[in-house]
Design a protein around this ligand. Structure first.
Ligand code: SAH
Ligand code: F3S
Length: 481
């Protein structure tokens, strides 16, 4: 199951092909969402030009970077433990420098550098191009910091190196930041205002990935449906754009279409969609192009209109159902997944029941569910008391997870008996004799390897399943192969 915050990869280190000329060693660890993992590839790409090779051995590192996540308190606590560990290693290897990247850098800069003095460098998500200068400063024994959030940085001109890649699937970031200001969410504060990347540079990256043998890309953003390119600049400044800029603007539906046309054999996914911004045009483009996968990640967070309003999610439960109905009408076999939060301030048992009934209606294929975690600085933290007891949050979370487990099983069962195109990503985790891949709906499929190879599109007939995995047998190459 694809996870936005995939627990199994948290803290993964990145390694890159060794460049013999490079003499310094970089150890880079990433936490949080896919955007952070994607950013770490940009960072590694910038530092490869500064004389750094990557290493997985902490003890031999000259520079340790941690790309951090602030989304929930637990994420920050995990990173803090790692920083303590790095500090202990520094005592043995005093030449080692430690830097914090990403969302926690933005949120905790002063604390890290001045109060706790546990790091040498603090770099926010929009300042990675400044890394060469910042590293020079720490080399001279100073602390270095750049947490300036940018109006136009999209790293469109930095070709990310693909790290720990399966060579088959890759992420391509298309927007940075978020303007939605959901009241529980720290992202607008740590990643700044929303801006879109030049479609030309996106298409170039996609073409390049195809040339390198990649077969599937995921267009990435906090809110991809809000993508809008009008020559650069913040989304909120679109009103001030000239008539020519407006006439030639590219929205997400258009970008999807351009991408699908540019590489008709590459599979296209995107994440994350926001119900208030997803348009019928996007669904129509999905329906029109075979190479756009039938899968939408459409977080809702709550099924209660009162809570949706308190969260500043700018749609109602009824509007959400309308969107779901439209998706199902235009793409009958479209998979839909959710993010859900239990125990948002003031949530009653009635609100919680609304969440459960919404889930029963949609019958999501997958879900990512969380107990509310108050984040300092957010509107909810400032205006609302975190008044749902932890026990209640956890009990409601367990109930939400149980409903999801049942609907995941139901949805996975619907694929059994069908022949579906699967892109092979690698060996199955459980068996060396099996390949693992995904169907268009993003469901994991495992089947005997036979003579098929990684990166091939194969038709697989499933004959059994668990709640998240289909078990099948290949019946030949798909026509896309
Ligand atoms: N639009 C983003 C959302 C990032 S946060 C995206 O690309 O997916 C991912 C999920 O974390 C959110 O959808 C929400 O369900 C959850 N989340 C965010 N803030 C949270 C908080 N304060 N407490 C609990 N869960 C939270
Ligand atoms: Fe956060 Fe809402 Fe944006 S969840 S990332 S503020 S869409």
């Amino acid at each position: 199951m694809e996870k936005k915050i995939d627990e199994s990869v948290q803290g993964a280190t990145l390694t890159l092909e060794i460049n013999e000329k490079n003499t310094r060693k970089l150890y880079i660890e990433s936490y949080g969402c896919q955007m952070n993992f994607s950013d770490s590839e940009i960072v590694a790409s910038i530092l490869a030009k500064e004389g750094f090779n990557t290493t997985q051995e902490l003890s031999e590192a000259d520079l340790v970077l941690v790309n951090t996540c602030s989304i929930r308190e637990k994420a920050e606590l995990t990173v803090r433990k790692r920083l303590e560990k790095f500090n202990a290693v520094k005592k043995i290897n005093p030449n080692m420098k430690v830097g914090v990247l990403g969302c926690m850098a933005e949120r905790l800069k002063d604390k890290f550098l001045e109060e706790e003095k546990i790091v040498d460098m603090v770099v926010g998500p929009d300042a990675y191009k400044d890394l060469p200068n910042l590293i020079q400063e720490i080399d001279e024994g100073k602390n270095a910091v750049n947490v300036i959030l940018s109006k136009d940085e999209t790293y469109g001109d930095v070709a990310p190196v693909r790290l720990n890649s399966n060579g088959v699937t890759a992420f391509v970031s298309i927007t940075r930041g978020c303007d939605n200001m959901c009241t529980f969410c720290v992202v607008p504060f740590t990643r700044g205002r929303e801006r879109s990347r030049d479609p030309q540079s996106i298409l170039e990256e996609v073409n390049d990935l195809w040339d390198k043998g990649f077969k599937e890309i995921t267009l990435l953003g906090q809110n991809v449906d809000s993508y809008l390119w009008y020559g650069g600049g913040l989304k909120k400044d679109y009103d001030k754009a000239s008539e020519i800029q407006k006439a030639s603007a590219v929205d997400f539906a258009k970008l999807l279409e351009l991408t699908a046309l540019a590489q008709p054999k590459i599979r296209i996914r995107f994440s994350t969609s926001n119900p208030q911004d997803m348009t019928l045009d996007v669904i129509r483009v999905m329906a029109k192009f075979e190479n756009i996968c039938n899968y939408v990640h459409l977080p809702v967070q709550s099924g209660s209109n009162r809570i949706l309003k308190a969260m500043n999610r700018l749609h109602t439960r009824e509007e959400y159902f309308e969107l779901i109905d439209n998706i199902r009408e235009l793409i009958p076999d479209c998979a839909i997944s959710q993010d859900m939060i239990t125990g948002f301030p003031t949530e009653t048992e009635e609100d919680h029941k609304d969440t459960l009934s919404l889930m029963e209606y949609v019958k999501y294929d997958y879900g990512f569910m969380f107990a509310y975690s108050e984040r300092p600085g957010t509107l909810a933290a400032r205006k609302l008391e975190d008044d749902v007891p932890l026990e209640t949050k956890k009990r409601r979370l367990a109930e939400v997870i149980e409903v999801q487990r049942k609907s995941s099983l139901y949805r996975t069962q619907q694929h059994v008996g069908k022949v579906q195109e699967v892109l092979i990503e690698g060996p199955s985790k459980k068996s060396d004799a099996h390949w693992m891949g995904r169907n268009s709906q993003n469901t994991v499929v495992v089947f005997p390897k036979e003579n098929y190879k990684i990166g091939e599109f194969v038709n697989v007939k499933s004959y059994d399943c668990t709640s998240a995995t289909l078990i099948g047998e290949a019946v030949g190459y798909s026509k896309n192969n």
